[in-house]
Design a protein around this ligand. Structure first.
Ligand code: ASP
Length: 369
């Protein structure tokens, strides 16, 4: 009850059960039909460390990933399709720590992790430790679609990818000289993964489609110098990736061990869902009937301020434990929210109402909707 009282001032009406249908319709029109947000990693990303050319390259890469996802949604595609459409170009782009351009393990390999989750059904697919699948996010989606399992690893995941006809490449496809040098520096100077890179380059996307369904996806090479089959948060459902139509879709980037310990993505979704349930108005059906139902539009949704507050609070828990990073969030009400406790985050967001922006540094918009 205490948290209900705390939440109430932060709730806004996107149409209302209480204020009559004319008002509800009026405000329903204002809620975006679709929304997408993307990230390409958070970290110590400072303008003074970047040449204007490099900055322009990152902005262009983010914009084209955002455009690819938005195009799907604009044409009536699903959130699941949009998330993949946005992530694939970032996996193919050597600037990001996912797919081509992935960081190196201690042994000098590129081992890739990815996950995707459908907020409509809470079906999920995740893979870890693959070295030959060109687009790991598509493999995660194949696991989801197959439906027998949620999480596949290593050689088994690659055998599954071959069975499903996914594109297989030579491991050298993922290699880049600058990432190799990071590994060499990490070893020579006995640095941590964070100290050698100063940023997390994982990529992710979250989306709301015009059917009211949410999806989240994340893809990464993990940490420079990772050993012993280390798995980060990105492919762990509930840590780096989560989607639930009842609350939100989240994709994370950062110090994976801390994101796993906090269960960041699930924690954010749960806190938003519990706030909604407490006031018994966002989702009036009994819980059991909500499993695959879409959240009704035109009634109460948490406003951007509340979503931001929940995300910031969960990120501050990560910081308390000693970790840093960031998240992107899209809600059933169409809000696109960023939260990060690092100086910068490669990020972007777009919606059906004409919002279309990318940002890199902490001080610039977009920081919150
Ligand atoms: N979260 C990723 C991991 O720990 C790293 C990143 O965000 O770049 O594997």
């Amino acid at each position: 009850m205490k948290s209900l009282l705390a939440a109430l001032p932060m709730l806004m009406l996107v149409g209302s059960l209480m204020t009559g249908s004319a008002h509800a319709q009026e405000e329903e029109v204002e809620a975006p039909l679709w929304t997408i947000a993307i990230h390409g990693g958070a970290g110590v990303i400072l303008r003074e460390d970047m040449t204007p050319e490099r900055e322009a390259e990152y902005r262009a890469a983010l914009q084209s990933a955002l455009d690819a996802g938005a195009e799907v949604l604009r044409n009536g595609g699903t959130a699941m399709e949009a998330v993949q459409a946005a992530i694939v170009p970032m996996e193919d782009d050597p600037k990001f720590n996912a797919g081509r351009g992935a960081v190196y393990t201690w042994e000098g390999r590129n081992e890739l992790d990815a996950a995707i989750m459908d907020g409509r059904t809470r079906a999920a697919g995740a893979i870890t430790g693959v070295t030959q699948v060109k687009n790991p996010i598509l493999l995660a989606d194949a696991v989801l679609k197959d439906g027998r399992h949620v999480f596949l690893s290593g050689a088994g995941a690659e055998e599954f990818a071959r069975d499903k006809g996914l594109e297989i490449v030579d491991p050298s496809w993922f290699e880049t000289e600058w990432r190799k040098q990071s590994l060499e520096r990490l070893k020579a100077e006995q640095l941590s993964a964070q100290d050698v890179d100063h940023k997390w380059g994982t990529v992710g996307a979250v989306a709301l489609d015009s059917q009211g369904n949410l999806a989240a996806g994340t893809s990464t090479g993990g940490l420079t110098g990772k050993r012993w089959g280390r798995i980060g948060d990105a492919p762990v459902i509930g840590a780096g990736t989560y989607a639930d139509n009842r609350s939100c879709a989240v994709s994370a980037t950062g110090a994976g061990e801390y994101f796993i310990r906090v269960g960041v993505a699930h924690e954010i979704c749960t806190q938003l869902r519990m706030s909604a349930l407490e006031i018994e108005i966002i989702y009036p059906e009994p819980i059991g009937s909500m499993i695959s139902s879409n959240p009704p539009k035109g009634i109460l949704h948490p406003d951007a301020g509340m979503v931001q507050a929940v995300a910031d609070e969960v990120l501050s828990e990560v910081a308390t434990l000693g970790g840093d990073g960031g998240v992107i969030i899209v809600t059933p009400g169409g809000h696109a929210i960023f939260s990060f406790n690092t100086p910068g985050m490669y990020r972007g967001r777009a919606n059906s109402e004409g919002l279309n922006e990318v940002a890199i540094f902490g001080a610039e918009e977009p920081s919150a909707e």
